[in-house]
Structure formats: structure tokens, C-alpha cells
Design a protein around this ligand. Structure first.
Ligand SMILES: Nc1ncnc2c1ncn2[C@@H]1O[C@H](/C=C/CNC(=O)c2cc([N+](=O)[O-])cc(O)c2O)[C@@H](O)[C@H]1O
Ligand SMILES: [Mg+2]
Length: 214
């Protein structure tokens, strides 16, 4: 049967990227998406903004929602200090398999734990299963209608502390209007919008950074 786009992306990484080099894995995926097949990775333009926020926060605990093929996982993991606890959640087992291989090709398999399952089920398990108290940095890039229920889940489960930073992809395209309205109208968050473009296109998109005020 025909291969899937994530499988073709993995092949492109294994063929073109230097093993153990996160930068070459990132470049190989961006090249694949620009010249072979578009894919919903955060991409290089928004990826640079992601890099700058991760570097600024310098988190000790990180959560990513929606691993997909592991592109943003590699971008984040390559910037983390030793000893940082980084968990990424993905409910499609085929994507978990591809992501783990792309992350391993970058040599970052010891920096991040890819957990198969849905955020709705796994977020309430973070404390007991992974020994997490609170997350310093959270990257939201899964189904857009899950952003709002999941931020409420973070609050309910006590997984945010004063200063926790949430960064949400695609708040313009495909859009997460209910999430945006929530964080921008809540007195518990300080927000900043980073304008950019939908990965590998000229379509307007951007990232919303929200700092929990406690
Ligand atoms: N609740 C959940 N728990 C765990 N994993 C979950 C999840 N919901 C979705 N996922 C996984 O996260 C990825 C989905 C991303 C949705 N992004 C998108 O739909 C998307 C679309 C465009 N676009 O259409 O232009 C551009 C983008 O940058 C995008 O991120 C898939 O790998 C999916 O299996
Ligand atoms: Mg996205």
C-alpha cells in the first residue's frame, strides 16, 4: 500500500540529514516541505520564534501537545539544558513511530519522552505518571479545538505556576478563536501575539504567547 506523508518525510530525513545533527534534520524537513510535499510542521519562520521563546524561558519542564512527526520536538529539544524534563503527546501511533525515528536521527532521543495518547487523558496523569509538579513551558500544536479544553485542564490539574509560558501555534490559520478569546479576556494571563505566516506559505498566521499570572 502507498506510503504516508510522515513516512515519506522520515525517508527524506534518513536520506538527507546527518545523523546526530538536529540542525540538518530541521533543514531536511523544511526542504522536503518546500520542494516535495507541504506538511503541517511549525516550519522555519514560526520555528525561529519558537526557538526564541524557549531560549528566553530556559524551562526545566516542557510539554508539547501534538508531536506529529517531531519537527518542533527536535527544535525544542536541541535548545534545552541537560536535566530538563520534556514530554510530547501524540495519539496517532503511526505518527509516534515516525516521530521517534526522526528524533533519534537528530540524536535527541534521551532529551524527550514521546507519549502515545490523547492530551485529555494524559494531562491529568502528568503528576503521578511523570513526577511533574508544574510545567514551565507548553507548546500547543494539536487539534485546534482542543486548545481551550486543554488549557482549562492545565488550570484544573494545578499544572501551571506563576510565570508558566504557553505558546500556541496557528491562532490565525487554521485558527483557535475560542482559545484566543479565553486567554485574551482572562485576568490570569498576560498575552503577546507574534505575527508570522502559515508554514511554507504566504498565508497570514501567528503564535500567541500567554504567561500564567497565578
Ligand atoms: N488531543 C490530542 N492529543 C494528542 N495528540 C493529538 C491530539 N489532537 C491531535 N493530536 C495529534 O497532533 C497532530 C495534529 C495537529 C493538528 N494541526 C493542524 O491541524 C494544523 C493544520 C495546519 N493547516 O491546516 O494549515 C497548519 C498547522 O500548523 C497545524 O498544526 C496529529 O499528529 C494528531 O495525531
Ligand atoms: Mg501547527
Amino acid at each position: 500500500t502507498r506510503s504516508t506523508r510522515p513516512q515519506r518525510m522520515l525517508k527524506a530525513v534518513q536520506k538527507n540529514a546527518t545523523k546526530g545533527s538536529p540542525e540538518s534534520v530541521i533543514s531536511a524537513i523544511d526542504y522536503f516541505c518546500k520542494h516535495s510535499e507541504w506538511a503541517m510542521n511549525v516550519g522555519d519562520e514560526k520555528g525561529s520564534i519558537l526557538d526564541s521563546v524557549v531560549t528566553e524561558v530556559n524551562p526545566s519542564t516542557v510539554l508539547e501537545l501534538g508531536t506529529y512527526c517531531g519537527y518542533s520536538t527536535v527544535r525544542i529539544a536541541r535548545l534545552l539544558s541537560p536535566g530538563t524534563k520534556f514530554i510530547t503527546l501524540e495519539f496517532n501511533p503511526a505518527n509516534v513511530t515516525v516521530a521517534r525515528q526522526i528524533i533519534a536521527h537528530a540524536g535527541l532521543q534521551d532529551k524527550v519522552t514521546v507519549v502515545e495518547g490523547s492530551s485529555g487523558d494524559l494531562i491529568p496523569q502528568m503528576k503521578e505518571r511523570f513526577g511533574i509538579t508544574t510545567f514551565d513551558f507548553i507548546f500547543l500544536d494539536h487539534w485546534k479545538d482542543r486548545y481551550l479544553p486543554d488549557i482549562k485542564l492545565f488550570e484544573e490539574c494545578g499544572l501551571l505556576r506563576k510565570g508558566s509560558v504557553l505558546l500556541a501555534d496557528n491562532v490565525i490559520c487554521p485558527g483557535a478563536p475560542e482559545y484566543l478569546e479565553y486567554v485574551r479576556n482572562s485576568p490570569r494571563y498576560e498575552n503577546r501575539y507574534y505575527p508570522a505566516h502559515l508554514e511554507y506559505t504566504k498565508v497570514e498566521d501567528g503564535l500567541e504567547k500567554s504567561v500564567f499570572l497565578g
